[in-house]
Write a protein that binds this ligand. Structure first.
Ligand code: AMP
Ligand code: MN
Ligand code: MN
Length: 324
């Protein structure tokens, strides 16, 4: 966004929020810590402004491992009929919210996905930001709204999670300044790290060896693939969101540039997660399959395609990208 246009979007968002009565904050389906933490962070902040605010996520069940986020227990699963403003966070396209938009309801889109389709009436999209909580905080800071401790705790968890504990591309002084601000506002680094890394359900660890067993190398070891089947989920008792970071094992190998994980969905689809290290733009590949994401982390879901066919197509695309 150009500076002037951008400030205009932020001031319009501030005015719209300040004049709304009943705000619903929502985020993408199968939410991760960024979607939940950004939405819940805004919930605490907007509540302090004296607004009626709901946090809405239609996915059920929500990831139990993220129940440490303050306010998690208050999350709603249906849109309140009196709500007069929708705020979406961490969501690249409207369909990924999984809701119908009531006619005439304003929508503010707060995000950081490169693939964002600008589906809001007001779009605050910062593709270079490390988490949606950074975009949300830019708005909050521009408005001068107070950030209570629980708001900072949520925004910090969102930031830590989406930056891979400050290890991904795009982490620089701005991100650490933001982290410092959140810690000054009451977020706790040790507690957040413990909650995100050492608060896992047993089912997730039971699923891991089954998934690792499927590890397959392609293209001379530059690509590694993993598979999670419905049977594995059933056997381990894991829920779908418990596969969320498993794709990182594929990328963790020394020779690998691109790691992918396929997961069988209950509706017959195959969900694909893609991760790259430093060369391949996986957002571009995901987009060609109808999905999206970021340059080094993206995903998509396909229907009516066998896994073998899917993997062949995927490898062809990755091969082309690797040759460039
Ligand atoms: P995942 O593989 O689900 O962890 O997703 C990696 C990144 O890509 C996240 O930022 C997601 O929001 C995004 N993403 C995943 N699936 C899709 C999709 N179907 N459409 C758009 N973005 C997606
Ligand atoms: Mn997300
Ligand atoms: Mn995010």
């Amino acid at each position: 966004m150009k500076d002037k246009e951008e400030m205009h979007a932020y001031s319009r968002a501030i005015e719209t929020i300040e004049s709304a009565r009943h705000i619903t904050v929502t985020g993408h389906l199968n939410p991760d810590a960024d979607a939940l933490g950004t939405a819940l962070g805004l919930w605490w902040i907007l509540k302090d402004l004296g607004k009626r605010v709901d946090v809405l996520f239609v996915t059920r069940p929500l990831p139990q491992a993220l129940s440490f986020l303050p306010g998690y227990g208050k999350i709603k699963h249906a849109l309140h009929p009196k709500s007069d403003l929708l705020v979406s966070v961490d969501c690249g396209s409207f369909d990924r919210l999984g809701i119908e938009r009531p006619e005439g309801m304003m929508l503010i889109n707060i995000d950081h996905h490169q693939s964002n389709t600008r589906y809001g009436d007001i779009d605050l999209v910062e593709p270079h930001f490390a988490s949606a909580s950074e975009t949300a905080f830019k708005l909050v800071a521009a408005a001068g709204w107070d950030v209570p401790k629980n708001g900072a705790v949520n925004f910090y968890a969102a930031l830590v999670s989406d930056t891979g504990f400050f290890g991904y591309e795009g982490v620089g002084p701005r991100v650490f300044d933001f982290a410092k601000t959140l810690l000054s506002l009451g977020a706790d680094a040790e507690w957040t790290a413990r909650m995100l890394r050492e608060n896992q359900p047993l089912s997730k660890l039971r699923l891991l060896p089954m998934a690792l067993e499927t590890l397959t190398l392609h293209l001379g070891g530059r690509v590694a693939g993993l598979e999670v089947t419905e049977r594995m989920l059933k056997k381990s008792g894991a829920t779908v969101n418990e596969t969320d970071d498993m794709v990182n094992y594929a990328r963790s190998l020394a020779t690998v540039e691109v790691g992918f994980l396929t997961r069988e969905e209950p509706d017959g689809g195959i969900k694909v997660s893609l991760r790259s290290k430093s060369v391949v733009d996986v957002a571009k590949i995901a987009a060609s399959f109808g999905g999206g994401g970021h340059i080094r982390a993206a995903g998509f879901t396909v229907y009516g395609m066998e896994r073998d066919v899917l993997v062949d197509r995927l490898l062809n695309m990755i091969k082309k990208e690797l040759q460039q």
